[in-house]
Design a protein around this ligand. Sequence first.
Ligand code: HEC
Length: 362
Amino acid sequence: MAVPSAETGALSAGDAGVRSAAWHLIPLLAHGYIVGYIDRSNIGFAALTMSRELGLSATVAVLRVGRDTPHFQRRVWECTLPMRTVSVTSCAAGAVRRESRLRAVVGCMRSTSMKKRIRMTLGVCVGLAAALLTFIPGGRVVAGDGTGDDEQTLAELGLAIAPVPLTYSAKDKDLVGLGSYLVNAAGDCNGCHTGGGPPNFNYAQGFNPYFGQPEKVDPSVYLSGGQDFGQVAIDANFNPIGPHIIARNLTPNKTGRAEGGNTFDQFRQILRHGTDLDHLHPPCATAPSNPNCLFALPVINPVDGNLLQVMPWPTFSHMTDHDLLAIYKYLSAIPCIEGPATPADLPPTSQYAFTALHNDCH
Ligand code: HEC
């Protein structure tokens, strides 16, 4: 009769031990999570190197505690080593021989001196983790192995596919590369902003992929603007009315700034909100006496002449500031194209847009 009750008592004491151990494990798990996070962020290597330089060896802990010890526990021991390597590992090793591995760890942790050490160690580890995280630039992982879509890869690809010679400072290289990727591989800006006409439009003679030929963009009309997208407003009889929408010259002018000399703030305003800073086709509420105003009619044609039409700014507005800056830097690096010398060089429907198509390169 006494044996079962003794067993019951022993079991409940064991349960209490496990419960209390579970509580003690929480801070360690949190620590394990942080270390795991650092690992995912590619700087786990840095932590390992630091441990090695400090003369610590994760292997010692692994061998003593057991090869099949879960990953986080290994890291816990590794981090605990700086406090008292010998006592921690030998305590664990001794216990491992007698008890199950979990109990060994719990036993070590429950001793008062060990609790203090663990608390101190946790403090050191959390501080170390915080310090390391601070050094990850912008919270991003910038290094890459060249196989994924990391920024370095996109930048290199962007520089390789740029169809025109680029001028930029060394510090802007990666931004310009990313910008080229966004303009030439994603945004298709030159598909609309080319100055070329039929039959090849943005492609060089003999290099039009739509004719089954190898692809080469025509650099002489690259992003110089002038495509006519027709009328976007209608009158009360549903007839098209108002100015034709003309894609504009995006090349830099003599200031070297993108898109005819705009600042980055102006450029961002345009791409985020579609603001027409040139006011080429201002809105008008009555039937247009000015042929260049965009006539708005409630319900059937509420077009807003203050906004760029056709231009996919609602899509581009979702880009990050970083991406927009990259595009801006790229558009500052491409060659200036002067465009038409006088309005008379343009078809009648495009002449009103002359100021947005002509660029002073010198
Ligand atoms: C679907 C055709 C199309 C595409 C693609 C396109 N644009 Fe445009 N964009 C236009 C048109 C058309 C205008 C002029 C709209 C107007 O006059 O209302 C314009 C205007 C602009 C303007 C305003 C220029 C100024 O002088 O204020 C900027 C800047 C611009 N586009 C940048 C870009 C960039 C950068 C890309 C690629 C990421 C791009 N566009 C892709 C059609 C396009």
